[in-house]
Design a protein around this ligand. Structure first.
Ligand code: SF4
Ligand code: MG
Length: 322
């Protein structure tokens, strides 16, 4: 397979301290052994409730955070083993689209300056070429090139996210990580932005890692989907497999709670109500970390952590039922 991004055994434990100088009292296992591959030109969706570790995975990949353990390989090279110079070069290749484009745009800069800045930093093109590139990027994301002279506050939320997408494209990255890119937008605008991302993907053969808590959004855009719970991937499958026949009890419960999700031939799913809340990642349950809430919990689940194994070609599940 043609993996552009390979995440292997990734862990991020945050120490819990009472004071700055005191010894750690334990760890929050925000990401606890996550592995997946993203293939060139595909969209891998990562779905899970807030606090499941999906945004931490994104921050580890772009090395805003240092991993506790595990590796991230971009095009075969380990991101966490790079020298500062190599890291700088690699930062070009992975770009992010954030949930709130407004907070990630400098309010005192024109859109043209914001979009030209990455080219200036990396010394790409003449001034004139940079201006032309900005104009064509704005056109690509469905905005009038004359908007280059305007400021962020002059745009709507959806337009700002189009600008955020244009900025992610400036350096022709190998992978784009989108962390809840439409969660802050009105429903009607969400579809426009998702469709734009899909059009751009086709046009430029982009690779997306698409992070969202929203199953229907993930279903719309993804080729494959990883479901996360308490810092781990519990199921990883093609979109068709996952939505037609979810195998992990947590995936099933998530889907039953999302009525807009199509599911098996449009059949209505019976609502599965999970007991309790998501446990704290500082004190995760033993064995299968989902066992405190799982409707199918067996004795073994309380002591033995299930491995993520392939139960159908292309469908991996971490559950003792399989
Ligand atoms: Fe439920 Fe056991 Fe499967 Fe965990 S391993 S999801 S507790 S059946
Ligand atoms: Mg998040």
């Amino acid at each position: 397979d043609d993996a552009i991004l390979e995440v292997d055994g990734l862990k991020k434990y945050f120490p819990i301290r009472r004071g700055v100088f005191s010894r750690p009292k334990g760890h929050v296992k925000a990401v606890d052994g996550v592995s997946f591959k993203v293939r060139r030109g595909e969209t891998l969706g990562i779905v899970g409730e807030s606090g499941c570790g999906k945004s931490t995975v994104a921050r580890l990949i772009i090395r805003l955070l240092q991993a506790t353990e595990g590796s991230v390989r971009l095009d075969g090279r380990d991101i966490h083993a790079q020298s500062p110079a190599e890291l700088r070069a690699m930062r070009r290749d992975v770009q992010m689209i954030f949930q709130d484009p407004y907070s990630s745009l400098n309010p005192r800069w024109t859109i043209g300056r914001t979009l030209a800045e990455p080219m200036k930093i990396y010394g790409i093109g003449s001034k004139r070429e940079q201006i032309e590139r900005v104009a064509s990027l704005l056109d690509n994301v469905g905005l009038n090139p004359s908007y280059a002279s305007r400021y962020p506050h002059e745009f709507s939320g959806g337009q700002r996210q189009r600008i955020g997408i244009a900025r992610a494209l400036v350096l022709n990255p190998k992978v784009i990580i989108a962390d809840e890119p439409v969660s802050a937008l009105d429903i009607s605008i969400q579809a426009q932005v998702i469709n734009l991302m899909q059009d751009l993907q086709e046009q430029y053969r982009l690779t997306y890692l698409f992070i969202s808590h929203d199953l229907s959004v993930v279903e719309h855009i993804s080729d494959r989907v990883a479901v996360m719970y308490l810092g781990r991937v519990v199921e990883l499958a093609s979109k068709e497999q996952l939505f037609r026949s979810p195998k992990h009890p947590y995936t099933g419960a998530l889907m039953s709670a999302a009525p807009e999700v199509r599911g098996a031939e449009g059949a209505k799913r019976e609502r599965i109500i999970l007991r309790g809340d998501v446990p704290s990642p500082a004190n995760p349950p033993s064995g299968c970390t989902f066992h405190t809430r799982c409707p199918s919990c067996m004795d073994i689940c309380k002591t033995v952590a299930p491995a993520l194994k392939e139960v159908e070609p292309g469908q991996r599940v971490s559950c003792h039922l399989y």
